[in-house]
Design a protein around this ligand. Structure first.
Ligand SMILES: [Zn+2]
Length: 453
């Protein structure tokens, strides 16, 4: 007996997930194999139609209705004997985009349908106002140079909780998920930073949904961020590994095997979470091609500096996995004009650490230590025009002793000038017998005598 070929080729939809983001709704269909599909819209009433060839539905999909989802009703049927049609009735117009994903460690074949909220209908119904709205959204916040001198701007910290939605991140003992822990820490850090005058924290991810890696820096830049902090709690190669670590981008190779391994696994996030065809703005499109150039060197040096301060504060509340900032090719840290660090708050693969990381008061302590490191960095390096710069310049900011890690090209006289101390003060604080500095050498910078005091 000969069976028709299509009986073998029939693909099944085994489950469906829905993720709601602030500006879109993502539907993910788990499939037993690759599919051919098409998605289109119908109006009056507004509907999204998904046709999938040689596929049958083996999952319950009424769960797509309700909550914050724009979907009000789901109907399914067969257009032809072997073609599945899914019709989504929607409360307001959306723009659908769809793509398929091939299997990886976490998932099999998937079909992703993104329904983007129609911004015009959400913000204003008057088309004439639309360009203004777009301009506000797309423009980096003006720095003081373009503002009246009486306005002292906040320093903006973008806090990026890693993973989310389809990408759970690492999963620890008992099913504890990285994406949930890091969102809790990110929200706590935001609360703490916002309670300090002169600072404002913006969350890149506000809930349980996925954001492609390049989009994360894009969001941060549009919020006018002075610093990008990505928060993680990944698994380590060995489950016995524990401790916090901080990473910055590398313009050459990775500084350790662990750093390389972590960067590789983080960079797979787009495959797991489903980046699709990310539309990048001009700047990002340029970056995707030419990833590192000289303009990044300045922000890399700041990244290492702020990272070291965060590490030194974290060492007071949790063991460190690495005492120095490690470097590797993390995609999410590639940003030319914004210092960017990635913090591993601990390894979720270690049972003891997973338990600690799930604990509210430990999450608060981690947030406090990150906050302290960030504050110290900006008190020493306040952006021109910021409230913190004004505090410093008007002698209201007391700077205690601090550490400096020597970088290529730095000299005693240059550092003395930067920290507003005399070369003799720097020499004596470090018992320097000559002015020869080694790259990586750690200097103590004595408390700064402020102008006017
Ligand atoms: Zn991670």
């Amino acid at each position: 007996m000969v069976l028709p070929l299509q009986a073998f080729a029939m693909t099944q939809i085994n489950s469906v997930r829905l993720w709601r983001a602030p500006d879109n709704t993502r539907l993910v269909f788990d499939l037993t194999g690759p599919v051919e599909h098409s998605v289109f819209t119908l109006s009056a009433p507004d509907r999204i139609v998904i046709d999938i060839k040689r596929t049958k539905l083996s999952a319950e999909i009424q769960g797509l209705v309700g909550g914050k989802s724009p979907i009000t009703q789901v109907r399914t049927g067969n257009r032809e004997a072997d073609e599945l049609r899914i019709v989504l009735e929607i409360a307001e117009q959306v723009t659908p985009k769809s793509f398929t994903l091939t299997p990886n460690q976490q998932y099999g074949h998937r079909l992703v349908v993104d329904l983007f909220d129609n911004e015009t209908s959400r913000i204003t119904n008057n088309p004439a106002e639309q360009p203004v709205t777009t301009a506000i959204i797309n423009t980096r916040q003006p720095k003081l140079s373009s503002l009246p001198s009486s306005i002292k701007r906040d320093i903006v910290i973008a806090i990026d909780a890693g993973h989310g939605g389809e990408d759970p991140g690492a999963i620890g003992p008992g099913g504890v998920r990285e994406k949930d822990i890091v969102l809790n820490i990110a929200k706590e850090l935001q609360r703490q930073i916002n309670s300090e005058k002169g600072f404002r924290a913006e969350l890149v991810r506000t809930g349980d949904y996925f954001i492609p890696l390049r989009r994360r820096t894009d969001i941060a830049r549009k919020k006018g961020a002075d610093l990008f902090v990505s928060i993680h709690a990944d698994a380590a190669l060995r489950t016995s590994a524990f401790g916090a670590s901080v990473y910055a981008l590398s313009d050459s190779g990775a500084t350790s095997e662990t750093a390389r391994w972590l960067a590789d696994s983080e960079n797979r996030s787009d495959l797991i979470g489903g980046a699709g065809n990310v539309k990048l703005d001009d700047k990002d499109a340029m970056l995707a091609g030419v990833l590192l150039d000289l303009s990044m060197t300045a922000s890399l040096s700041s990244s290492l500096d702020v990272g070291q301060k965060v590490l030194s504060n974290m060492s007071r509340i949790t063991p460190l996995f690495k005492k120095r900032v490690e470097q590797a090719g993390f995609m999410v840290l590639k940003s030319p004009d914004m210092p960017s660090i990635l913090i591993e708050t601990g390894f979720i693969s270690n049972p003891g650490e997973a338990k600690k990381l799930s604990n509210r008061s430990h999450q608060q302590a981690i947030a406090r230590s990150i906050h302290s490191g960030v504050r110290q960095f900006f008190q020493q390096n306040p952006p021109p025009g910021s409230y913190v710069a004004w505090l410093r310049d008007s002698g209201k900011l007391a700077l205690g002793p601090r550490e400096h890690v020597v970088r290529s090209g730095e000299s005693v006289s240059l550092l003395a000038q930067r920290y507003q101390i005399s070369p003799a003060q720097l020499r004596s604080a470090n018992k320097l017998k000559s002015d020869v500095l080694k790259i990586g050498q750690i200097l103590t910078v004595p408390a700064t005598t402020l102008a006017g005091q």
